[in-house]
Design a protein around this ligand. Structure first.
Ligand SMILES: Cc1cc2nc3c(=O)[nH]c(=O)nc-3n(C[C@H](O)[C@H](O)[C@H](O)COP(=O)(O)OP(=O)(O)OC[C@H]3O[C@@H](n4cnc5c(N)ncnc54)[C@H](O)[C@@H]3O)c2cc1C
Ligand code: SF4
Ligand code: SF4
Ligand code: SF4
Length: 403
């Protein structure tokens, strides 16, 4: 029987599952709703392929030279994306070459899964952050088949998913472009389902849920009921409040070895939370979002230089680090993480009960002001005033604020 990495370190990347030609590995949900590989010894022939493809056992190669750092937005995509629309600009480049783009979508049952698309009309499905772990299923196998047929492929996902794909493929392909995100960590799909059930118990069934303000810049969970968007605040937004406090994450996320400036992908994308905040001012409005792009490899650089209809400005790594701690350290485990996950999964507990028990909702002055300005529809105005205060009154060289 193979010895796979211990549960604490397994990221659920599926490289082992996709490698096993005997179908001796299944990905099964644990009691917290995370997928882990389970080996069926009656089918296993002890070939060792699963062990050698596991990125937690055989380390995935990272780029060794420092990445180039850019502030970036895509003019077409900025208002429909989480930050500056960097993902869409890369995706469009590959789709226009006739390639296939893999990314995470939310399906009708609110499951997050990776799919491959060939048409620009499908890009909207992949846009936007879904803040829980996506299912990869047999994506790695599909990608290998496409690459062997000489097709152009973009894979975008968390760094551990990119590392899993690289280890599974075992060789470089000129037609494969890898994009990873700077990653805070992932909650489980079961916790998210349980949360959405609690929201449905309160407001009735809803058609859609988004985690981000797409026509602005920031986190804002909203649901759509009968075509009308409804924003969720405080206890109603408890999933994101708990996510931000690192209390719902997979165990492996707290020791994540991808939370570094050396990356496994060709390009890394993130929110440029630190723009203008480390000695180099930024003379453009950030209200509609700015992407951070790290260009990590020569291939990444070649593609980056060909992206169309985009704003690009070279910035410093210090600025990138300033607002993005997960470029140098993993999330810190909340001391009540296990109890909070249990409470979310317990359908007898309402969001109010959970918040009463664990005091999750951020009650800082800034957070309360943000919620108030949001409810009054004055978010952009509040941001502009706050920027002015920081820039002129406090003399900070910035145009941006972040929550
Ligand atoms: C779980 C998670 C944690 C993150 N943590 C941070 C962070 O700490 N700091 C930071 O700056 N940015 C973080 N991000 C990235 C950020 O939210 C934006 O996705 C990023 O800035 C890209 O924005 P965009 O405008 O280019 O693209 P968008 O159009 O928003 O594209 C989103 C991209 O993310 C991928 N994606 C979405 N959900 C998932 C998922 N569940 N699993 C894998 N891939 C997914 C999509 O496939 C697509 O490629 C995180 C994203 C996720 C999903
Ligand atoms: S050792 Fe080989 S056959 Fe056994 S589970 Fe791993 S990949 Fe499958
Ligand atoms: S390959 Fe991925 S899913 Fe399999 S044991 Fe290793 S980390 Fe876990
Ligand atoms: S924090 Fe690390 S282990 Fe967790 S999902 Fe992100 S890349 Fe994977």
């Amino acid at each position: 029987m193979p010895t796979l990495v211990s549960k604490e370190y397994c990221t659920g990347c599926t490289a082992c599952y996709n490698s096993c030609a005997r179908n001796a590995i299944q990905m099964q949900l644990d009691e917290e709703g995370f997928l882990f590989p389970i080996v069926d010894s009656s089918l296993c022939v002890e070939c060792g392929l699963c062990e050698s493809s596991c990125p937690e056992m055989s380390l995935t190669k990272k780029n060794d030279s420092p990445s180039e750092v850019y502030a970036f937005w895509s003019n077409k995509d900025r208002e429909v994306s989480s930050s500056g629309g960097a993902f869409s600009a890369f995706a469009r480049f590959v789709l226009q070459k006739g390639g296939v783009v893999f990314g995470a979508m939310l399906d009708e049952e609110f499951m997050c899964r990776h799919i491959g698309i060939r048409e620009e009309s499908e890009l909207a499905k992949l846009r936007g952050s879904k803040y829980f772990q996506s299912r990869l299923d047999v994506c790695y196998q599909e990608i290998k088949t496409l690459l062997k047929n000489g097709e152009y492929v973009l894979f975008s996902g968390t760094p551990c998913q990119v590392a899993g794909l690289k280890n599974f493929l075992r060789k470089e392909y000129d037609t494969l472009l890898l994009i990873d995100i700077v990653c805070h960590g992932v909650p489980s799909s079961s916790v998210f389902s349980s949360y959405s059930q609690k929201i449905a118990n309160r407001y009735g069934n809803f058609e859609n849920l988004t985690f981000r303000r797409l026509n602005g810049w920031g986190y804002k969970t909203s649901i759509t009921i009968d075509g009308v968007p409804k924003y969720l605040y405080a206890e109603d937004d408890l999933f994101m409040e708990a996510f931000m406090k690192s209390s719902l994450l997979r165990e492996s996320c707290y020791t994540c070895k991808y939370a570094t400036t050396t990356r496994v992908s060709d390009c890394t994308i993130a929110d440029f939370w630190g723009i203008g905040r480390h000695g180099k001012s930024f003379s453009h409005s950030t209200l509609k979002g700015v992407s951070l792009v790290l260009v990590n490899t020569k291939k990444g650089n070649d593609v980056f230089g060909q992206l169309q209809d985009v704003f690009v400005e070279k910035r410093t790594i210090e600025e990138a680090l300033f607002g993005n701690p997960h470029l140098f350290r993993p999330s810190v485990r909340h001391e009540k993480r296990t109890e909070i996950i249990k409470a979310f999964l317990d359908q007898r507990k309402s969001l109010h009960d959970i918040n009463q028990e664990f005091e999750i909702v951020n009650m800082s002055f800034k957070a309360r002001m943000k919620r108030l300005s949001d409810r009054l529809g004055l978010f952009s105005l509040f941001k502009t005033i706050y920027n002015f205060y920081k820039k002129v009154i406090k003399n900070e060289k910035t145009y941006s604020i972040h929550f």
